[in-house]
Design a protein around this ligand. Sequence first.
Ligand code: ZN
Ligand code: ZN
Length: 360
Amino acid sequence: VTRSDYARRCSLATSSLAGRKLDALLVSSAANIRYLTGFTGSSGLVLLGQNSTVLFTDPRYGIQASEEASCAVRVWRGSPYDALAKWLRGKGIRRLGVEKKHLSHDSFLSLKEQTPSGLRLAPVAGLVEDLRMVKSPEEIDLIRRAVRLNSEAYEGVIQRARPGISELDLAAELEYRMRRLGAEKPAFETIVASGRRSALPHASPTSKLLGHNELLLVDMGATRDGYSSDMTRVAFFGRPGARVRKLHRAVLEALEAAKAAVREGVAAETVDGAARRVLKALGLNRAFVHACGHGLGLEIHEAPRLGRRNKARLKVGMAVTLEPGVYLQEFGGIRIEDTVVVTRSGCEVLTPTSKELLSL
Ligand code: ZN
Ligand code: ZN
């Protein structure tokens, strides 16, 4: 991502200020800050105005900000809101947007206390996130690389998984492998759930040992160059019985139906509905307890959510996961998750890993 990309993103964000009757926007989400300026530190605020973008950060990040940020940098000591309030004086800003999903109530109150009188704070949702939904070709390339790295880590480790090691051991192996392959970190806490625990869609790995004749669900993602990947696969220790095979086939069919529904202009809920229809026909719709997918990029969960009642239309360049699943208490769960990029006529599947039920 070049300096001119950041400049273009800032000017796109600025151009939507007027429509929301804002003079400036205070950006406090780290992912939004990175998207707009390139700054990757964990402490910072960006003031995005009509004519200027300024990053406020503290002395721990002074050097990093001067090297990374494509905009002006102000290093503060003490409260960032003091620095911000000083900077705002005399700038003629009357309505300042704040990111209501990212600014804590406490920070909102300090900001309110310290900003000049006559300045109004306006809660804003999704302004930068809306821009982030559609990825540039460079961003898609970064996601593709993160996806490939993740698949490579999974494929290298899963064949060696054996009954008798714990879920935590396997999660550690997977995360070690992804780091050795160049990931900065896991994109989220790696999910390893075996046996009945696979019925918990967001299970944290435990000391439970992987067992014979049990399902094994792995949901993992790697962050590389800031961009995330996300994939779920299931394996079985031994020869899977008819019920497991049938459920696996059903979920795979639901995933293929979702994939076939993805195309520019289609509503997000339509994709979810396509997967849901397949599972409903098999009497499994009540076991599909979450949305069919989500956008991903600088964050693991981004807009659009591919779920019921989301009428947002898919656009070319959106990167989304498709991840139908069924979860049966006492029995176990199966989810299969791929990452795809929306194209004019369909989608490009980024995830190279086989979706067959792996028998270990
Ligand atoms: Zn996942
Ligand atoms: Zn996911």
